[in-house]
Write a protein that binds this ligand. Structure first.
Ligand code: ZN
Ligand code: ZN
Length: 452
């Protein structure tokens, strides 16, 4: 097999891989880089234009899905194979991405935006093909035939990893993976059987696992912290990805409220996250690949946040819990805008519950010392960080030790690292060299094929 990383850099960006099985060319995921705008956010589609036979979509985060309309436009005969749940999310998330690009074009005057049209999204929708979990699905024919098998990957609703067997050799691709169960989805159910090649994510390779920070104790710590701030009359901002993470937190808050353990206060959510509640609710009814019921919104009395913010520096009109996207506090998102109302106030708090890239405003806020300055570009406001800023370890990605243990169970001859920043890849390469001395570990150079 020949593998080419189509991501434009060695990071968690525009995730995309080309796998060549004899003459069959398969592209796995086609993301858009969250930190770049315009064509520089795309993976290396120039390397595969018109040459792709099949496409696998592991899950619907935009760093895996965001550029798919362009891949499908350039390869109109390729089917997009994915889980049944994912087929129900693709269109809604791409439409949101398209409207974000429309806004960026207007605000930043970037002529090349948007990079695709509603027509392109329709073509993706028509190319989708749901593959049942744990079932074989053949693509290609003759000597090029490849047998695929999808398995639950935990991580986020609909996410799958998969094995691909070609001429008796088996490659396993983890995609983004989380091994333990969350509230709306079970943990990954990957077979721990031998594979020749393992393609593995390593998001948390540079994150020290805190042994006693089990999910349960982190959740209790989060709940205590929320109650303390709310009881003191302040507001809590929880920046969360609209897709998956927001619904997880809603179920978490709902369960706490049912036990009588959540302080009584209004809870606000932002538009896309609320909209996606309908999609996750529908997907759990139709596929049973997740468990989420939108009635939780009524049970918690969720209020849709109107975009009539108070002036930066002043507290919001109503104190409460603000569960808003984006998870990394990206500029101009509801979470970023609300942060401009909380940071200056000692009785308020920002609680992060997921990964924050150091280059995003969320990462920068985490790195700002107490009473340090934090600039809101475009709002003409420089805040003094007087509020509490805290991180809770509720990641949707596997701990690094869990990934090494999985690699040991699979015992591959070759491991290819993906989806990690350079320090994460470095740790993983060393840990794998110690755990599996006979295995070759590859950290692919973007655009350069590796023969395996
Ligand atoms: Zn993901
Ligand atoms: Zn990802």
């Amino acid at each position: 097999m020949r593998l080419t990383d189509l991501n434009s850099g060695r990071d968690i960006g525009a995730n995309s891989l080309l796998l060549e099985f004899g003459g069959h060319r398969m592209v796995v995921d086609c993301g858009m880089h969250p930190k770049h705008v315009g064509k520089s956010a795309l993976p290396r589609l120039d390397l595969v234009a018109g040459k792709v036979d099949s496409i696998v979509l592991t899950h619907c985060h935009l760093d895996h899905l965001g550029s798919l309309p362009l891949l499908v436009r350039g390869n109109p005969r390729a089917r997009v194979l994915t889980s049944a749940a994912n087929t129900l999310f693709v269109q809604r998330l791409l439409r949101n991405s398209l409207s974000v690009m429309g806004r960026q074009k207007e605000e930043q005057g970037i002529a090349e935006l948007p990079l695709y049209t509603h027509g392109d999204i329709e073509r993706v929708e028509a190319a989708l093909s749901a593959v049942p979990l744990d079932n074989p699905r053949r693509v290609g024919s003759g000597a090029d035939e490849v047998e695929l098998r999808f398995h639950r990957a935990g991580h986020v609703a609909g996410a799958v990893g998969f094995s691909a067997t070609h001429q008796g050799r088996r490659v396993f691709v983890t995609g983004d993976v989380h091994f333990s169960p969350q509230r709306t989805i079970p943990g990954a159910e990957f077979p721990r059987t031998p594979a020749d090649i393992l393609v593995m994510e390593c998001t948390r390779g540079a994150t020290t696992t805190i042994p006693d920070a089990s999910r349960g104790s982190e959740e209790r710590r989060l709940l205590r912290a929320i109650n303390r701030v709310v009881d003191g009359g302040g507001s809590v901002l929880i920046p969360a990805f609209a897709f998956g993470r927001m619904q997880e937190l809603l179920v978490f808050l709902g369960e706490a409220a049912d036990r009588g353990e959540l302080a009584d206060c209004p809870i606000f959510c932002s538009g896309l996250g609320l909209d996606l509640c309908d999609y996750l609710s529908e997907a759990s009814r139709r596929t049973r690949q997740l468990a989420f019921d939108r009635r939780i919104l009524d049970d918690l009395g969720i209020i849709a946040l109107r975009k009539q913010y108070t002036d930066p520096g002043r507290k919001p009109r109503e104190a409460g819990i603000y569960l808003l996207s984006s998870g990394m506090l990206v500029e101009k998102t509801p979470a970023w805008r609300l942060a401009a109302n909380l940071l200056d106030h000692r009785d308020c708090a920002v609680f992060f519950v997921g990964y924050c890239d150091p280059d995003t405003p969320g990462g920068q806020l985490i790195g700002t010392p107490p009473d340090g300055e934090f600039e809101f570009k475009g709002l003409d406001h420089v805040a003094r960080v007087r509020c509490e800023v805290e991180r809770f370890h509720l990641s949707g990605h596997a701990d690094r030790e869990e990934l090494v243990a999985f690699a040991k169970d699979v015992g591959p001859r070759d491991i290819v690292l993906t989806h990690g920043d350079p320090p994460a890849r470095d740790w993983m390469r060393q840990a794998l060299a110690e755990a599996l001395p006979g295995t070759r570990v590859h950290d692919p150079v973007p655009g350069k094929p590796i023969d395996l």
